[in-house]
Design a protein around this ligand. Sequence first.
Ligand code: BMA
Length: 817
Amino acid sequence: MYVQPLDGEWQVSGNGVTECPAIVPGSIHVDLMAAGIIPDPFVGDNEGRVSWVAGADWIYHRTFTPDPNLRSHDAVFLECKGLDTLATIRLNGVEVARTDNMHRRYAFDVTECVAPGENVIEVEFSSPVNHVKKMIGQGLVISPGDSIPGAPYLRKSMYQWGWDWAPKLPTSGIWRSIRLVGRSTAKLADVSVRQVHGRTRAELSVSVQIDRLSDGDVTVFARLISPEGETLEQSETLPIYTSTAFLDFLVEAPALWWPNGYGDAPLYELQIEVHPTANKLCVLDYRAMRIGLRSLELRQTPDEWGSTFMFVVNGVPIFSKGANWIPADQFPTRVTGEQYRDLVYSAVQANMNMLRVWGGGIYEDDLFYELCDEFGILVWQDFMFACARYPANPEMLENIRLEAVDNIRRIRHHPCLALWCGNNEMEWLADAQNDEIRKNYDAIFHELLPAVCAEEDADTPYWPSSPSSGTPFVDPNGERAGDGHYWDVWHGKKPFTDYREHYFRFMSEFGFESLPSMDTVKSFAEQKDWNMTSHVMESHQKNSAGNGLILYYLAHTFRFPKNFAMMVYVSQVLQAEAMRYGIEHWRRNRNEYHCMGTLYWQYNDCWPVASWAGVEYNHHWKALQYYAKRFYAPVHISAAETADAVALHVTNDRLESFQGTVRWALERLDGKVLDSGEATVDVPAASDVCVADLDFSDRLDDDMRREVVLAYGLLRDGERIDLGLVSFVPSKHLELLDPVISVEVESRDGAVSISLAAQHTARFVMLDVPGTNVRFSDNFFDLPAGRMVTVTVQPPYELSTAEIADRLRIVSLKDTY
Ligand code: BMA
């Protein structure tokens, strides 16, 4: 085997542009930007100014001289891991292939086309926009509301055509690696690993399929290396005419892989080599993969409310905590390894254990799944279909089948993989439509995809759609079975108290928008545009009702902020409060598996925009991400309040019981305590307990409600591990006093430690070091009068302790009006 990479040294031309250097893997917008031909589409309202790019055809071309080693092999393949999307490939003027699916991997036999000396390779991409324009009207195809019409005709990532958080910038380009590979005798076609767990051992069945390029015996060799470095080896010789090797491993006392919060996530390495039987030193093909030993089940057991919906890992029901992941960039090829790591690790820091790779994006980069494996983040994996009606003619079905096979084979060995899900919100939409639409829908999601999943990955559950009850077209977004998307809060304008009226079995989507932080706003808007209804701010808000909805909800909860920066801050607190409200409620309802998961919409952003995300495009953590760290904590205290009563709950996701103390105080905003109490609590493993049922009806009158709050905390071994606050009126009616916050910044144990104390109760205290990505151990928290909260900043950060102290800005709700 000889690999000759073809990344680098490309040029792109088209539409009057000649000789523009191209980054490969990459995409046309990034190339044109780098060459100064187009402005940055993420700045101001440039998006509209560059829409011509997607309306043009582009040719990527380069020359290469094949290494003599390449041509000495039986066959030479051109391997393309991703071509976006309508590509015609020519080698030395000879057409090699045409492709039409961004989500597939291709390998073309080019043995006859590669010549000695200089070769020319060209990949021509025709405009996706022009292509679908010609198709419109054919078949029962419906495009999503916020995108360029016609997108479903092409197997290309949906969000790039525009979404209610994404710009309309469909890309073209060689978006994943491209290489020439010389191969002899045999190549690996597929490696699949299945595992069966007993009480103290795991049995692994590895099946290795090869493609033969010429005659001869080959030996398949497999090595399994445990996290401690112990090695098991197996091999099988495949005589000519056979192409599959079966290699079994028995692992005694396996180191089990667990989701974050439930245990470690140890990984085994599986190495597969193919040799000519007579020559062990010659490696014909090789593959290494890290696997995790675990069992996983989607358990749906009938119960008094309908049936459960929960993931059971190694026999343990998991409460899934997380959010919906979208591609980390409108131009996904430029997401670096460090960026992927930071995003996935941020989910770990926020106590998440699941991300849903949403169906309007991409089947993610291998690195994403590797990081989820490493950090114990389960992945709910949608197939790439969202909010539309797709054609289901025979060619399209075959294209989808090959796409599914490719991606299943690429991803299925990852221990993080929890679910294959057919699509986003399409059963819910199809439900209301005609028989013909249902027929097309059935063909893809009830026939083709489940059959491919059963064939290629029988160990991972298949779920037809999100949301779905599991029974086709029966109450797809109901509360009795399956997963639910709840959008009456936000799109439906219901108050966020409405979350508490609903008891879905698994919340896979619900969300609330906010503005991005000032640093992000500054990256695209000049000061003159710092206004929610300016043209530029509205250009960076893709939900047409979005900014209006932020203001609508804001008016219910907060006083009108005095300037734009305070508007940004308040919008983020509002978003975080909405999510907290819902998530604490569903976590409180985990007993008897009534609700077993919450994935809020959405985790991240693909450009600088007002959106539902908790982590911004530049990875800045919004208030929501800090809140998530608290409301997803394994042991968490929360308050279910009514007009003048409060039920305090401790939710314990841990697999051991929690013993501690709960303390509460009904107090005035100046700190005067009116009533207080303390109780020891013992919360069984994996359960929620109401630890205090407090009724203040005889203590609170209308005037007092505006002047008191209930502060509550949870202590373990005398140390406070959680602190919360609840008021009896919306925050806008609280008669907050100037909090007089004292701050002490010092270096301690290699970190910067910031201690804050307030004379009078401060709500939603934000720490910010503008112009930096400094992250705090906690942020956007309540600071009841007289208490101290210490926050740390862990290295690496680019500032000294003195600089942080100097540039630290502290804002609380009282500062906003
Ligand atoms: C959900 C998602 C997306 C959308 C979001 C916000 O239903 O699946 O389609 O961006 O709503 O509207």
